[in-house]
Design a protein around this ligand. Structure first.
Ligand code: PLP
Length: 424
């Protein structure tokens, strides 16, 4: 019989050096990668090519909502790929319509556009803001210092961090940044050219900083008063990561009158399948009309079927409650750790499964190395069998799957404590 699956080449035999050499030779060196080659995953764990197991508390940077190799996601992928993988957005299909309906049901009256990534979802928001202000000559979007909104040209212009802009000047015009959680600064920054404000409910790349309830409510008021769009970037902090659908739902628990004008999403939305989206509320939901925006791969039947399954499982298993309860437990343990080791840990913060551990500025044990403390600490976690995500030079982020188990959470926290202990 003809061999359908030929002998796997060396790469599939999972030799770490071979894989790293392939990257060195053929992959653009845009990422600082850790010295880890991963081969497979199962639930909250991933395995490197040598078969060593790691508890994945990074979740692919807030992507793997249901963990790795989730059988229900696999089943949805297989079933949908047997039916219809892709059709052009020139046609209708059920999965995209259903997913939009589910999102609107949960967010508020409005409409959804589907993209492939977070940056692309934010691009949609920037275009929405321009369209919104166009007839009055308004085009400017104000964002926060330390924000992160993606790596496209407009994304880096919107991002409030100099390091992502360097070397790519001139910047796309129309973006300014003001200190986060500072309502006065925002009010002072609004100019006759301002069309919108874009804010993360919890800054992720900037180091896990939640917005205060007063800030969000104040922004809503300011936007109403000045006729600006209030746009939330929920790419990292959204989709139940905070323990509610979007971070503003958790931050403003009980205050159900708050509704932004637009929300961008990606990451956990597809549980690992690349899909992004932005929602726009009525009466702005049709500002982007026929011919004004498009994406070949936006909202494919395959991507939408998977995202629908992710939503279904999160709801069925009440994973939002798991995130709130276990997230509180994890945060309490991290806060205790900070109190116990003040010479190493400056503080612990975050909401739900978006937690940050801030290291003190100068930890003597980490001083003889030119790598930032966050990278060195993460390397030590890897050696001890846990994956986590650095943010900036001093923060370690935990962004585990929403179905993380209590025993796994404690296992990870024990490992984190053991690493902290060895730094003292
Ligand atoms: N917005 C936020 C808040 C993010 O954290 C990210 C990615 O980390 C993005 C946008 C960009 O998303 P993507 O990498 O999918 O383009």
């Amino acid at each position: 019989m003809k061999q359908l699956a030929p002998e796997p080449p060396a790469i599939v035999r999972n030799d770490s050096i071979t894989i790293q050499n392939l990257f060195k030779q053929y992959v653009m060196p845009t990422y600082g990668r850790f010295d880890l080659a991963l081969a497979r995953g199962e639930g909250s764990y991933v395995y490197d090519v040598a078969g060593r197991r790691y508890l994945d508390l990074g979740g692919g940077i807030a992507v793997c909502a249901l963990g790795h190799a989730n059988p229900e996601i696999t089943e949805a992928l297989v079933q949908q790929s047997r039916t219809l993988v892709h059709v052009s957005n020139l046609y209708y299909h059920e999965p995209q319509g259903r997913l939009a309906q589910e999102l609107v049901k949960r967010i508020g009256p409005g409409k959804v556009f589907f993209s492939n990534s977070g940056a692309e979802a934010n691009e949609g928001l920037f275009k929405l803001a321009r369209k919104f202000g166009h007839h009055e000559g308004r085009f400017e979007v104000i964002t926060a210092v330390n924000s992160f909104h993606g790596r496209t040209l407009a994304g880096i212009a919107a991002t409030g961090q100099e390091k992502v802009k360097k070397g790519f000047e001139p910047a796309v015009p129309g973006f300014r940044h003001v200190p986060y959680n500072d309502l006065h600064a925002m009010r002072d920054a609004v100019s006759p050219a301002t069309a919108a404000i874009l804010i993360e409910g919890i800054q992720g790349e900037g180091g896990v900083s939640p917005a205060t309830p007063e800030y969000l409510l104040g922004l809503r008021e300011l936007c109403n008063e000045k006729k600006l769009l209030l746009m939330m970037d929920e790419v990292q902090c959204g989709h139940f990561r905070s323990g509610r659908l979007h971070s503003y739902h958790r931050i403003l628990e009980g205050a159900n009158k708050f509704l932004p004008d637009a929300v961008s999403m990606a990451k956990s939305l597809g549980g690992g399948f690349p899909i992004g989206a932005f929602w726009v509320r009525e009466p702005y939901a049709e500002l982007l009309g026929p011919g004004t925006h498009a994406s070949t791969f936006g909202g494919t039947p395959l991507g939408c079927a998977v995202a629908l399954k992710v939503l279904e499982v999160i709801g069925r298993d009440d994973l939002a409650a798991n995130v709130r309860e276990l997230g509180d437990h994890m945060k309490n343990r991290l806060v205790s750790l900070a109190q116990k080791y003040p010479a190493t840990i400056k503080n612990a913060r975050g909401l739900g499964f978006m937690l940050g551990l801030e290291l003190v500025e100068k930890i003597p044990t980490l001083n003889n190395n030119d790598k930032p403390a966050s990278i060195q600490f993460t390397n030590r976690l890897h050696e001890a069998g846990v994956l986590a995500i650095p943010a900036g030079t001093n923060v370690i982020r935990l962004l585990p799957p929403l179905n993380l188990r209590p025993t796994e959470a404690d296992e990870g926290l024990d490992v984190i404590e053991s690493v902290v202990k060895r730094l003292v």
